[in-house]
Design a protein around this ligand. Structure first.
Ligand SMILES: Cc1cc2nc3c(=O)[nH]c(=O)nc-3n(C[C@H](O)[C@H](O)[C@H](O)COP(=O)(O)OP(=O)(O)OC[C@H]3O[C@@H](n4cnc5c(N)ncnc54)[C@H](O)[C@@H]3O)c2cc1C
Length: 415
């Protein structure tokens, strides 16, 4: 039986570990925290998953919360001008639902599930020295530490890493006690504030297995909504979030004015510098390890891609490990697996970059989405599967051509 070691019990590490246990491998996951510590920790992310990533979890039997957790059934986008006037406002039903389950709940339950299915879980924070010592005990060691410092073992790919500082500063939390059920529990709402940032609001399922509502404030650094970095505790976060809604979405303030955090740790602040690293990590004594998910492809969360990518990369790596049979997991194999994933993930990065620095043609696409359900459907498919956005979403000339075709088709349907 081949032995696989995985560092990091997060979105990618647990999906990979459980896939391999199910396929009959001997798998050890090293986690820096116990399941209880994860459950009781501060919120680190608010990831919504799209249909393909949800299907990966379903196929692994990890969709424990499908019955009770709320789903996004609709999408609502509002765009303001620089004076605060609403210039675009449209909604649509989602053909396939999106879902957000608190990763603290997921990871702690999945760790227990991993052990229940026969995996070995070792609670220990692994440093480079540990990694060097433990690597020879395994046929393959996969590093899935997310933003953890061990990721610096993997060399930065300068060509694929154009950013050297965060493009947005983030604040996010889970809330209850909203006044209206108009948006609550059903709709993914995005509010675009030019030169200020974006506010995302979506139904979620928190670590205590209660439905809640996530609000994520995504601010341009140094601009008026960039006010979460100095927040010290949940009370300050709540007040700051309420004030931001009052100031930037006054027409909805009444709904949010009495809201509370869903629990004291349900808030986060931060900023991410996107980076792509090389997948092969070289250890001091000459061994090699493979990096996956955020450890080697770290995105700003603005386009909601990271956890979706983590599931997809874990799924691909599991398949490739199985296909490899008894052959060695050498650096050529690691690079080839990464290259195959790159064919997919480069579009996810492209989509994120379009959100971070919107090219001019994105305005035309946005206007078309508001009017033409066909364009909106293509966009939803694209968020779920970014390669389908190529080339029309990424290139102004191709966007023009695509929109002309879609408009002509739309006119033909109307007349
Ligand atoms: C505010 C915010 C909102 C987000 N929203 C979305 C979204 O809507 N959709 C989406 O798809 N993604 C979203 N993401 C991104 C998503 O959460 C991550 O991309 C995803 O969790 C990455 O998975 P991973 O397995 O690489 O890392 P993680 O899930 O972070 O797991 C890494 C694990 O490794 C552990 N670890 C770290 N170092 C060590 C060590 N030395 N030894 C042992 N264990 C270690 C950590 O404790 C952690 O448990 C969001 C992120 C943020 C910050």
């Amino acid at each position: 039986m081949r032995r696989i070691g995985i560092i990091g019990a997060g979105q990618a590490g647990l999906c990979l570990g459980i896939s391999l246990i199910d396929a009959g491998y001997d798998v050890t996951i090293f986690s820096d925290r116990t399941p209880e510590a994860i459950l009781n920790s501060r919120l680190r992310a608010t990831p919504i998953l799209f249909p393909d990533a949800l299907e990966i979890e379903r196929n692994l039997g990890l969709n424990f919360w499908d019955e009770e957790s709320p789903v996004c059934e609709g999408f609502h986008h509002q765009v303001l001008d620089t004076e605060g006037n609403l210039v675009l406002d449209y909604s649509s039903k989602l053909e396939a639902h999106w879902r957000g389950v608190d990763q603290r709940l997921k990871f702690s339950c999945w760790m227990e599930e991993f052990v229940r299915r026969g995996g070995e879980l070792i609670v220990r924070e692994i440093n480079l020295d540990d990694l060097d010592k433990l690597a020879p005990n395994y046929d393959l060691v996969v590093v899935a530490v997310g933003k953890g410092s061990l990721a610096t073992l993997f060399e930065r790919d300068a060509q694929r890493s154009p950013h050297n500082k965060p493009k947005r500063h983030l604040g996010g939390g889970f809330f209850t006690k909203l006044k209206s059920d108009r948006i609550f529990f059903h709709t993914f709402q995005m509010t675009t504030l030019p030169n200020v940032g974006e506010i995302f609001q979506l139904p979620f399922y928190d670590k205590n297995e209660n439905p809640c509502y996530a609000s994520v404030f995504v601010a341009y650094p140094g601009e008026v909504m960039d006010r979460f970095s100095h927040v010290q505790n949940g009370r300050e976060f709540l007040e700051t979030a309420k004030k931001a809604i009052q100031e930037f979405m006054p027409w909805e303030y009444e709904i949010f004015e009495d809201m509370e955090l869903s629990e004291e740790n349900a808030w986060l602040c931060g900023a991410i510098t996107p980076i792509v690293r090389r997948p092969v990590g070289h250890l001091p004594s000459g061994g090699i390890v493979m990096g996956i998910a955020d450890a080697v492809i770290l995105n700003d969360p603005i386009a909601a891609q990271g956890a979706n990518n983590a599931n997809k990369m874990a799924h691909l790596v599991a398949q490739k490990i199985i296909e490899r049979g008894e052959r060695k997991f050498d650096s050529e194999w690691m690079q080839a697996v990464f290259d195959e994933f790159w064919e997919y993930v480069q579009y996810s990065i492209g989509l994120t970059d379009c959100f971070l620095s919107p090219p001019e043609h994105l305005q035309d696409i946005g206007m078309a989405m508001a009017k033409n359900p066909d364009v909106l459907r293509d966009y939803f498919n694209g968020i779920n599967n970014p390669p389908s956005l190529s080339p029309w979403f990424f290139d102004s000339f191709k966007a023009k051509k695509y929109l002309a075709e879609k408009n002509a088709k739309n006119l033909a349907i109307v007349t």
